[in-house]
Design a protein around this ligand. Structure first.
Ligand SMILES: NC(=O)C1=CN([C@@H]2O[C@H](COP(=O)(O)OP(=O)(O)OC[C@H]3O[C@@H](n4cnc5c(N)ncnc54)[C@H](O)[C@@H]3O)[C@@H](O)[C@H]2O)C=CC1
Ligand SMILES: O=C(O)[C@@H]1CCC=N1
Length: 271
């Protein structure tokens, strides 16, 4: 694989680096990372992964792939700084909400822009990666980008108008699932468990559930029905969740998350 330049050294960038290095698709010395704040962060990443801290943004010039992993409100400035060093490289953005047309405009067409919404499980090669591209991206570059991202997760290409929704349930998804688990863990503690003991069973329950859904090709409705015995324990618990409006709350949570993605796109790209 070619050289990769990573712009921004936060949580999502680290997950990406961890994932691609596990697959040996690129060697650590071929990953150059730049960060605006906290220079010690680059030393941490060098120590943990062997990546190369960038000397300056100009180092992007030598890379074939550039990962944009700065916060949405930093994308404009980051791309402006990057722009003089672009000459057709593939630019893969992780930023929530920021449209392809805006990025194309800021870099004045000097890069092939691919908008993605990955999630943190790319670090363990179990990412869910939504991807949108414009017609400006060449077939070869698109294929190479997909090959890279497929190493670290499932890639789903979709129309850009669906990216805000994908951001809500797969980008933010690990946060929502963790929230549910936080509540389960708290309940387990109330029921007499230690948090550590409960977590062991809870995490395995989520991993096992996901695997059954995937391997047996069941819908969540099918699996829920298999687990729910008439008048049994699951039935008793689900009755409470239904009465409490859990389903409506989830719908509203994802609607608001998607709306926030759209809003960020508008807020941080207005001239
Ligand atoms: N954290 C997550 O689970 C996910 C995040 N994303 C997206 O990934 C992007 C990064 O998110 P996080 O890693 O959570 O953020 P973060 O805040 O942890 O990291 C962003 C880093 O970018 C650096 N930065 C800002 N401007 C820069 C510039 N001009 N040049 C170089 N470095 C610069 C900051 O110093 C910071 O270390 C965001 O756009 C977010 O929407 C997407 C999917 C999931
Ligand atoms: O919360 C956020 O805005 C980012 C985007 C998806 C996950 N984290």
């Amino acid at each position: 694989m070619s050289k990769i330049f990573v712009l921004g050294a936060g949580a999502m960038a680290e997950s990406f680096i961890k994932g691609v290095l596990q697959k040996h698709v690129v060697s650590p010395s071929d990953i150059t990372v730049i960060n605006r704040n906290r220079p010690e962060r680059l030393n941490e990443l060098r120590r943990d992964y062997g990546i190369r801290p960038a000397e300056s943004i100009a180092d992007a010039e030598d890379s074939e792939v550039i990962i944009v992993s700065v916060k949405p409100y930093d994308v404009r400035d980051a791309l402006k700084e990057l722009s003089p060093f672009l000459h057709g490289q593939t630019l893969i953005s992780f930023a929530a909400g920021i449209p392809i047309a805006f990025m194309d405009r800021v870099v004045e067409g000097r890069a092939q822009v691919i908008r993605t919404m990955p999630n943190v499980p790319v670090a363990v090669l179990e990412g869910a990666i939504a991807m949108a591209v414009s017609e400006r991206v060449g077939a070869d570059q698109l294929e190479r980008a997909k090959q890279l991202l497929r190493q670290i997760g499932t890639v789903v290409e979709l129309d850009e108008e669906l990216m805000d929704a994908a951001t809500a349930f797969s980008g933010s998804g690990p946060g929502f699932v963790s929230y549910f688990l936080e509540a389960m863990e708290q309940a387990a503690v109330e029921l007499g468990f230690s948090a550590t003991m409960a977590r062991q069973l809870l995490i395995q329950t989520v991993v096992g559930t996901a695997k059954v859904l995937e391997e047996w090709r069941l819908s969540p409705t099918d699996l829920r029905e298999r687990v729910t015995s008439p008048n049994g324990t699951t039935h008793a618990g689900l009755a409470v969740l239904n009465e409490s409006g859990m389903r409506e709350a989830i719908l509203e949570a994802l609607t608001q998350a998607a709306k926030r993605s759209r809003e960020m796109g508008e807020e941080y790209t207005s001239e």
